[in-house]
Design a protein around this ligand. Structure first.
Ligand code: TSX
Ligand code: MN
Length: 596
């Protein structure tokens, strides 16, 4: 076991920790990654030689790679994800908790000797933008070249991170081993008090690309509360109007709501002169700027997006992004060495499916796994914002919460104030879609889309949101949207996709004081003529009677369902949330709408 001569001898803490972990895992070799092009070529060649990845058609998909994960290892594993704080109360009722001593012992036994015969890669990575005060540095030790190649796309990896770290001991200690990929020996453990993440027994994205969900959300949310900032599961976009003014919006949506599509929205022909700029599609770190506004960065450098459903119509910017330097995981490989997934284009006659088995269009089986992914550099996105690497971030005018609701939630509404908006975010919910994961149409609460990603007690998290509102001199306005309202026949009423810009336009005009609203029991609704319907075949009448309709009986039932969830949070639930709930019920029972 020998470190190579790239070892940064100026950081004693880092070198000592790497040696300690190597002693535990016993790799044959340790390689320090520098993030260079030469290193990418060398690791890619090695990964192809050992079968970890395959090369794709280099004419049609230059520098693209193909990977399959094990059949039992295709998604995040929430039941095997733990917050290991000293006190269980700090993890709260919505997280799995394990005592840190027990977790280190249990996972240590699995890590012991797990890298025998393998190489341990030391992957320094920066979450943030070189020189930004938002930045956090992590080091991931891994025995997976697939992880190294993905981290190289998703983060600013190698020398840039070590330079930023210098001799500091302030870095997240990430340890990952595929070990034997057994589900009964798979754990994703977070030790927020030690700034440490241990992940073992998986080689799937969300479990093993430790910069993303583990660091940038679970650990960062803990640090954010401690240090007075926010780590959120949000996209960031800039909306430029025909006069050239740009407003930045952040949006929190649960899975299956099309967050990546919204982040890369293409304006419809009738909204000529508008432009949507992509800053980020998954994670936002937010801090109060010296001007009193809330500023955001996207701490990531790439997109780890769901492939199925992505095509040149639903998301042309994503399609353009993934034509080169992209890793495709668990999609179908066509005979010409390109890729396919459900919802991309017409079915190919045959190919090799995500399991590695021969597939034909008549087999009746899925060619790509429903959770198959692309990993692609954000810099390749045609709509990437010129500001996306600004170390100061971008100023946020509005925060949008969203959910997938066939009924109940209107197309858009604005909260009365910050505290009411926090309540709206805290009571967010989505209806399930995937037939594979249980019944369709079941309502699941997912506050701020953070249920699987908040690294501490959910009640304390709501408290942090309320505190931030008091601290931000010029806070963003808070909204809720729903693109998924259905009519009686089960058809979507709103066209969605590019036409969502009409809703973003209303939101921005509310922020700038230009659009009119009606005060309803749940918040401010658009006055019917304040949403631009030009070029759509939806009448004002239909907009009001369906998309913007508030059914009081549905909403009283909704409020009761919200309460069932809040009861589970227990005694850390802030009084303010309960007050907002009571005020909502009172307004619903009074049942009036007033023009404002
Ligand atoms: O991503 C979506 N968005 C956001 C886009 C910016 N999807 C895809 C599903 C989530 C992964 C949507 N699906 C959206 C949406 O706004 N809306 C819908 C529902 C819908 C689906 C199809 C049509 C209309 C609405 N119309 C036709 O198929 C012609
Ligand atoms: Mn996400």
């Amino acid at each position: 076991m020998k470190s190579t001569d790239q070892t940064p001898m100026n950081n004693k803490t880092l070198v000592a920790w790497v040696e300690e972990m190597a002693k535990l895992c016993q790799p044959d070799k340790i390689v320090w990654c520098d993030g260079s092009e030469e290193e990418k070529i060398r690791l890619t060649r090695q990964a192809i030689e050992c079968g970890e990845v395959e090369e794709l058609n280099q004419e049609k998909l230059p520098s693209c790679l193909y990977a399959r994960s094990a059949e039992n290892d295709v998604a995040r594993v929430e039941h095997l994800t733990f917050i290991c704080s000293r006190s269980q109360k700090d993890a709260g009722p919505t997280n799995n908790w394990m005592d840190p001593r027990e977790a280190y012992k249990k996972l240590g036994d699995i890590f012991r000797g797990s890298m025998r015969g393998r190489t341990m890669y030391v992957v320094p990575f920066l979450m943030g933008i070189p020189g930004s005060p938002f930045n956090k540095i992590g080091i991931e030790l891994t025995d997976s070249i697939y992880v190294v190649l993905n981290m190289r796309i998703m983060t600013r990896m190698g020398k840039v991170a070590l330079d930023e770290l210098g001799s500091s001991s302030d870095f997240t200690r990430g340890l990952h081993s595929k070990a034997d990929l057994r589900v009964d020996r798979r754990y994703i453990c977070h030790f927020p008090e030690d700034n440490t993440i241990w992940s073992v027994g998986s080689n799937y994205g969300g479990n093993v690309l430790l910069g993303k969900k583990c660091l940038a959300l679970r650990i960062a949310s803990w640090l954010g509360r401690k240090e007075g900032w926010m780590a959120e599961h949000m996209l960031i976009v800039g909306v430029e109007n025909p006069r050239g003014e740009i407003h930045y919006l952040a949006g929190a949506f649960p899975s299956a709501c099309g967050k990546t599509n919204l982040a890369m929205l293409v304006p419809p022909p009738s909204l000529r002169g508008y432009k949507v700029w992509t800053v980020g599609d998954d994670i936002a770190w937010l801090r109060i700027g010296s001007d009193g506004r809330l500023w955001a960065i996207n701490p990531e450098a790439g997109f780890f997006g769901v492939a199925p459903g992505t095509n040149w119509k639903t998301n042309p910017n994503a399609m353009a992004t993934i034509q080169r330097n992209t890793i495709f995981t668990n999609v179908l490989k066509k005979l010409d060495g390109t890729v396919w997934w459900e919802g991309l284009e017409d079915l190919p006659a045959e190919g090799i499916d995500w399991r590695g088995r021969p597939w034909t269009s008549t087999s009746g089986e899925k060619g790509a796994h429903p959770n198959s992914r692309f990993t692609a550099p954000a810099s390749q996105c045609p709509s990437i914002s010129p500001e996306w690497e600004n170390p100061r971030g971008v100023p946020i005018s509005a925060i949008i919460f969203g959910g997938r609701r066939a009924r109940v939630a209107p197309l858009v509404y604005q909260s009365f104030d910050w505290q009411h908006g926090v309540f709206v975010g805290a009571s967010m919910a989505s209806e399930t879609t995937a037939a594979a994961t249980g019944r369709v149409g079941v309502v699941r609460r997912d506050p701020m889309a953070m249920l699987p990603f908040c690294g501490y007690n959910m009640g304390d998290y709501f408290r942090h949101w309320l505190n931030m509102g008091r601290k931000i001199p010029h806070p963003p306005k808070l909204f809720h949207v729903n693109w998924f309202r259905m009519d009686e026949t089960g058809k979507f009423i709103w066209p969605g996709f590019g036409d969502n810009l009409r809703v973003l336009e209303w939101i921005i005009e509310r922020v700038t004081g230009k659009a009119e609203a009606v005060e309803s029991p749940i918040g401010y609704l658009p006055k019917a003529n304040s949403i631009n319907l030009e070029g759509l075949n939806i009448s004002r009448e239909k907009l009001e009677s369906t998309l913007l309709n508030i059914d009081l009986d549905d909403w009283i039932a909704e409020a009761e369902s919200q309460m069932e969830f809040f009861n589970k949070i227990g005694d850390t639930l802030p009084q303010e949330i309960l007050q907002e709930h009571q005020k909502l019920l009172k307004r619903l029972k009074r049942g009036t709408s007033v023009l404002v």
